[in-house]
Write a new protein. Structure first.
Length: 429
């Protein structure tokens, strides 16, 4: 007897919503088709749900880290392992991306045709505006992570600042547990109980909101397809194909093998148990909004709560493999398309710029596309070329952006799995 749709697994409901959203987008386009309702209105409804998820995800990260300190303090050794795993994963991403671009050279298909493509797609040659806080200067990025007030990071979804504050307060809480006033140990158990209660409340509220994710998927996909259509892919196939290939090689092949070989999680477990989070990230274009579902998927895989929280919450901005891979591959593609040959040194500059950009774009919508001009400029491409080239890829960025988010989610889960496996093999850590 078939289950009622409300009892379907989340992944199946998201997939069904994805299909319905595409159909509505193709059917309605950008015109009203139900009274005055159009796909743009649906997109606004979907954005409300995603906004709520992001609003809840940031305090969840904060109290999740605090609660982790309450249960078992996060050691410097674990933090070091987290950074090492993240750096190795992103290095693999760059090797995949640069190898594809230098061997296949897909950008040559556009050489001499950029003006023709711009005219055919009727796109103005203007680059997207860049938020003032985004920079490739590491010192400026570090400065932007230091808030002017404790509430500012929460209000602006500055995840790195939230993580830093949570780590400071968590470490202070651990220190207070062992401090003494006179000969009497300070009793912090009421504070610990409060933190645990707030964390559990956030988890419960998010479990309710997660049930609305398929509706958000339906609405956002209908808006995107209605606005850009599906015919755009034939014009941009060479670009989209190589980027999708790179993201899939890293997100599906490498991540699955690494989780299996180093983390003892078979592809059936890694992808099968993680499908809810992957499809949610793919559909909502937000690995941040997917955090609660990612944690639940890791729990189903048997990953320790401590490793899951450290990787997904504390290390969320270190796991942007999808964004960094996209930045590097797109920069090389556009350089090839305009006949701008990049030597090995310039490609290394692109790698470093992509890495810095990937770690410094928390909470910015469509972040990958927005910071791309910085990466292109770092490679030495003229500003006029950047302004003309960026709009070419904008029409299908809504698809690639979702793939980037899905790869970021896969990276979050992989880091948690590898960190957990490392800790199990080194209990003293």
């Amino acid at each position: 007897m078939p289950l009622h749709p409300k009892h379907w697994p989340l992944s199946l409901r998201v997939l069904a919503a994805l299909v319905v959203g595409i159909l509505l987008g193709v059917y309605g386009g950008a015109e009203p088709y139900f009274y005055q309702l159009d796909n743009g209105d649906l997109g606004q409804i979907g954005l409300l749900i995603i906004r709520l998820l992001k609003a809840l995800a940031v305090p969840l990260i904060f109290f999740s880290i605090l609660d982790a300190f309450v249960r078992a303090p996060i050691s410097a050794r674990s933090g070091g392992r987290l950074i090492m795993i993240c750096l190795f994963n992103v290095s693999v991403a760059f090797v995949i991306g640069l190898t594809l671009m230098n061997v296949i050279k897909p950008g040559l298909a556009w050489r001499g045709h950029i003006d023709q493509l711009l005219g055919k797609l009727a796109i103005p040659a203007t680059a997207p505006s860049l938020p003032a806080q985004v920079s490739l200067d590491p010192l400026q990025n570090i400065g932007s992570y230091v808030p002017t007030s404790l509430m500012e990071p929460m209000l602006h979804n500055n995840v790195i600042s939230v993580v830093l504050i949570a780590l400071l307060f968590g470490a202070a809480l651990g220190s207070l547990k062992h401090a003494q006033a006179g000969q009497i140990e300070i009793d912090v158990s009421p504070l610990e109980a409060l933190i645990s209660v707030i964390y559990q409340l956030l988890v419960k509220v998010l479990s309710w909101v997660v049930h609305t994710v398929p509706l958000a998927v339906l609405c956002l996909v209908a808006q995107a397809v209605g606005k850009a259509g599906l015919s755009i892919f034939s014009e941009l196939a060479s670009y989209a194909g190589i980027i999708v290939a790179g993201l899939c090689l890293h997100g599906l092949l490498y991540s699955s093998l690494a989780a299996w070989i180093a983390g003892d999680k078979s592809p059936r477990t890694y992808l099968g148990q993680g499908i809810d989070a992957v499809l949610t990230g793919l559909s909502t274009n937000s690995s941040l909004a997917t955090v609660p579902i990612t944690l639940e998927c890791l729990k189903r895989m048997g990953v320790s709560d401590r490793s899951a929280r450290l990787a997904v919450c504390a290390g969320t901005n270190l796991n942007n493999d999808g964004v960094t891979l996209y930045e590097a591959m797109t920069a090389l593609f556009l350089a090839q398309a305009i006949g701008f040959d990049l030597n090995a040194g310039q490609q290394i500059v692109i790698v470093l710029a992509s890495l810095i950009a990937g770690a410094g774009i928390a909470g910015i919508p469509e972040a990958g596309l927005i910071v791309l001009p910085l990466v292109l400029s770092a490679a030495g491409l003229p500003e006029t070329v950047v302004a003309a080239a960026i709009p070419l890829i904008a029409p299908i960025d809504w698809v690639i952006a979702r793939l980037r988010s899905a790869v970021n989610v896969l990276s979050d889960m992989l880091v948690a799995i590898l960190l957990d496996a490392w800790d199990r093999r080194s209990p003293s850590g």
